[in-house]
Write a protein that binds this ligand. Structure first.
Ligand code: BES
Ligand code: ZN
Ligand code: ZN
Length: 496
């Protein structure tokens, strides 16, 4: 979908099959953008209580013939005082859903009279919501008849003269960030038989060429040379080769220490010999969501031209079962040198991340942030509305919380106290790969902490947020692209 920016004309004369206008829930005083000649019609609808303008509630009116919009869709924004960028994102999503259900090929959104201080952020949020809403995964469908949600071609945004520059900047950023998240969603959605470690590496390389990033892909030989014994141990149970992807964006000074992002790229998690129950196991194609998100974040960071050095590391493997697969009780090595007793082969994410985190230090990073669908326990702790964030640096954790709120991809802190480390004690190795049932998300993070020495590091457990039912207007069931928007927002905040 193209996102086009337009100067304001008389919106009454703007030719479009569908004009979308927001309304606030404030007893009739909340028409931020209605042209005078329409006020009467809309007021009547309000008086009849056809619409109360609660968030997402909508009312469609048809205009008499003549030039100008054919239809107007009013979309409620709720109370004006509660408006924030997440609600505008949802508003953008509702606009697209409205256009889809009408089957129109283009739509125009006029967000109303926004103050210039908030215009850029607001336009960004609306476009993000629209771009996210429009995405769908249909690569594997052979029926070429277009469904209604594929007819939409373009979105036009109107802006008042005084905020045109801000609107333009917001539209541009919203499009880049929305498209980055959608790229993550496409990679996430691809089935395990297609999105193998080799496939992810190819896709990352293709993207890197397109966006001017440096890319290095390590195969089994280089992974061995780099002593990534834990990654190799996990991949041994599969006939698909592992890959270790390195993406580099050189946006800052050459001697500035980079931000390093690490994403779990486990392309299918059967659990290994500690096999998972078969019900719902198909969702384990999403176990590479962290990796997809880091690849997509690098795309977004490059497209935005952020003046920071940023590195993305994605250890990629399957977790399957064959005669060479690791077994409960095995003791494996790691790049860091520590030995690990594998009590449960399903706790594999932390093993491949351990080697990636250890490798991250070779960049002398200003900070390391990893994201991984690491534990079912995070769903018990926080459900599907927030990722867990844990780290060695309070300020970094705070920064991620703020970036989460601003991007609409929230995360919430859990403690990483030393006491929890005791649960990882092993009789025979330096540490065990599981810490028992209590505080599973925390002990998983404690495990990772063993491999980052003194660097500033934070971990996002995204098992509950990377994919889901897709209840918001801009989502669909399945891949959600989480935490691509969060990570881009965080990198942007570091560049300010
Ligand atoms: N990939 C899973 C975590 C997961 C669970 C992701 C649910 C998405 C939804 C991970 O590799 C795993 O299996 N973790 C185990 C750890 C346990 C064995 C300590 C878990 O959470 O059960
Ligand atoms: Zn697992
Ligand atoms: Zn896993």
């Amino acid at each position: 979908m193209d996102v086009i920016h337009l100067h304001p004309k008389e919106i009454r004369e703007h030719v479009t099959p569908l004009l979308v206008l927001p309304v606030y829930e404030e007893n009739g005083s909340g028409f931020p953008s209605i042209p005078d000649e329409l006020t009467h019609e809309v007021e009547r609808a309000f008086l009849k209580e056809d619409i109360k303008a609660k968030m997402g509630e909508s009312l469609l009116i048809y205009l008499k013939s003549g030039v100008g919009p054919k239809r107007i869709l009013f979309v409620g924004l709720g109370e004006k005082s509660l408006l924030d960028s997440e609600l505008l994102r949802r508003f953008g999503g509702h606009a697209i859903r409205g256009a889809e259900s009408l089957g129109v090929s283009s739509l125009t959104i006029y967000p109303g009279c926004l103050e210039s201080e908030v215009a850029e952020e607001s336009y960004q949020a609306i476009v993000e919501g629209a771009v996210l809403a429009e995405w769908h995964y249909n690569e594997m469908k052979t029926d070429l008849k277009k469904s209604k949600d594929e007819i939409l071609q373009s979105l036009e945004m109107l802006a008042g003269e005084e905020i045109v520059a801000e609107a333009k900047a917001g539209i541009e950023a919203g499009k880049i960030i929305g498209e980055a998240a959608n790229f993550a969603r496409t990679l996430q959605s691809r089935p395990g038989n297609i999105a193998t470690p080799t496939h992810l590496a190819k896709e990352a390389s293709k993207m890197a060429c397109q966006y001017g990033l440096k890319v290095t892909v390590m195969g089994p030989t280089e992974i061995k040379e780099n002593d990534m014994q834990a990654l190799l141990a996990v991949s041994r149970g599969s006939s698909e080769e592992p890959r270790f992807i390195i993406l580099e964006h050189a946006g800052g000074d050459s001697n500035d220490s980079p931000l390093v992002l690490v994403g779990k790229g486990l392309t299918f998690d059967s659990g290994g010999i500690s096999i998972k129950p078969s019900g719902g196991m198909e969702d384990m194609i999403f176990d590479m969501s962290g990796g997809a998100s880091v690849i997509a974040t690098l795309q977004g960071v490059a497209a935005l031209g952020i003046q920071k050095n940023v590195v993305g590391l994605i250890p990629c493997s399957e977790n399957l079962i064959n005669g060479a697969a690791m077994k409960p009780g095995d003791i494996i090595g790691s790049r860091e040198g520590k030995t690990i007793e594998v009590i449960n082969t399903d706790a594999e994410g932390r093993l491949i991340l351990a080697d990636a985190l250890s490798y991250a230090q070779s960049f002398k990073p200003a900070a390391i942030v990893d994201c991984a669908t690491l534990t079912g326990a995070v769903i018990i702790a926080l459900g599907h509305n927030a990722a867990a964030v844990l780290g060695t640096d309070e300020d970094l954790v705070k920064e991620l919380e703020i970036a989460g709120r601003r991007s609409g991809e929230r995360c919430w802190p859990l403690p990483l106290w030393d006491e929890y480390r005791q649960q990882l004690e092993s009789e025979v190795a330096d540490l065990s790969n599981i810490g028992g049932r209590p505080a599973g998300t925390i002990t998983a993070a404690c495990f990772l902490k063993e491999f980052v020495s003194d660097y500033k590091w934070a971990h996002l457990d995204i098992a509950g947020t990377a994919y889901g039912e897709g209840k918001l207007s801009y989502q669909r069931k399945g891949a959600l692209g989480f935490p691509t928007r969060l990570l881009i927002e965080w990198v942007r905040s570091r560049a300010e």
